[in-house]
Design a protein around this ligand. Sequence first.
Ligand SMILES: NC(=O)c1ccc[n+]([C@@H]2O[C@H](COP(=O)([O-])OP(=O)(O)OC[C@H]3O[C@@H](n4cnc5c(N)ncnc54)[C@H](OP(=O)(O)O)[C@@H]3O)[C@@H](O)[C@H]2O)c1
Length: 309
Amino acid sequence: MKAVRIHEFGGPEVLKYEEVPRPAPAPDEVLIKVYASGVNPVDWKMRAGLAQSLFPIHLPFIPGWDVSGEIEEVGSDILIFKKGEEVYGRPEVTRDGTYAEYVAVKADQINFKPQSIDHDKAASVPLAGLTAWQGLFDYGHLEEGQKVLIHAASGGVGSFAIQLAKWKGARVIGTASEENIDFLFDLGADGAIDYKNEKFEDKITGVDLVLDLVGGDTQKRSLKVIKKGGRLVTTVQPQYKEEAKAKSIMMEAFLTRSLPEELQQLANLIDSGKIKPIVTRKFSLKDAAAAQKEIEKGHTRGKIVLTVV
Ligand SMILES: NC(=O)c1ccc[n+]([C@@H]2O[C@H](COP(=O)([O-])OP(=O)(O)OC[C@H]3O[C@@H](n4cnc5c(N)ncnc54)[C@H](OP(=O)(O)O)[C@@H]3O)[C@@H](O)[C@H]2O)c1
């Protein structure tokens, strides 16, 4: 099969489009014919060797942690999926991924794809959608009527988080640069703050939850806007835990898990028109290096996907 692999850590040039052996599914796995793969910031971080302590991988390695496709083959223990069914999910991070024509995945890491959208859009959902869900609800415990501030709200995770928080009935404020402010309102935000020209801590108070997708100084300043007893949930380093504790704020970081029941909930929300994935750029599989150059800039609006078929 065709796949994109790395044989060494480095810049986008280490991504090689080449012929590799097609994987065979283990008894508890399925083999998916990949129609599309999502592109996420972790892709370039792992390619550059920056995530080895968190996600150790062995070379050569196929990146990619979002898939939408069709079941090609099922392992001997698999009863719930059969050949030809359309599925999506976020396969395990430390094994060969989805920048490929086929990927072998544990059956408990996927679910049926949303029916109302194509594979390109479906491939943009799992990692970012699950991260938004888990950050807001599993860790953030966001409830109806609460106020949530979402940093990097125009990106992959943020664009899902705004819509999910609105669906929950929260009051939602996002940060983005000027070019993306209208986009945040289009997604349903109640308020939008231009992080380059305004200080969010001067514009908002009494926040129940900050979903921090940026870290660093943004994380530190966020402690000023959260109410006592509130939370800051981050997808990056939790650098200011002591400062948070001193203010009676709960600060927590998490790694996204691929939970089939949450993939099902996301699919239901998409199929009922409550949330929609936003794909702004598409690249072919052999142009994976160009896609990674784009995600590495840190200014993607919505999601980037690789169209494989
Ligand atoms: N822990 C986990 O399991 C996990 C899971 C998923 C993601 N992550 C991490 O979470 C972060 C976000 O992921 P993502 O997929 O959403 O990234 P992304 O799609 O690349 O985010 C891009 C967005 O970030 C915005 N942005 C950049 N700097 C900003 C700032 N200082 N303040 C506000 N907005 C800013 C940009 O808006 P402008 O263009 O308007 O500046 C752009 O729309 C990444 O670091 C990723 O690695 C971790």
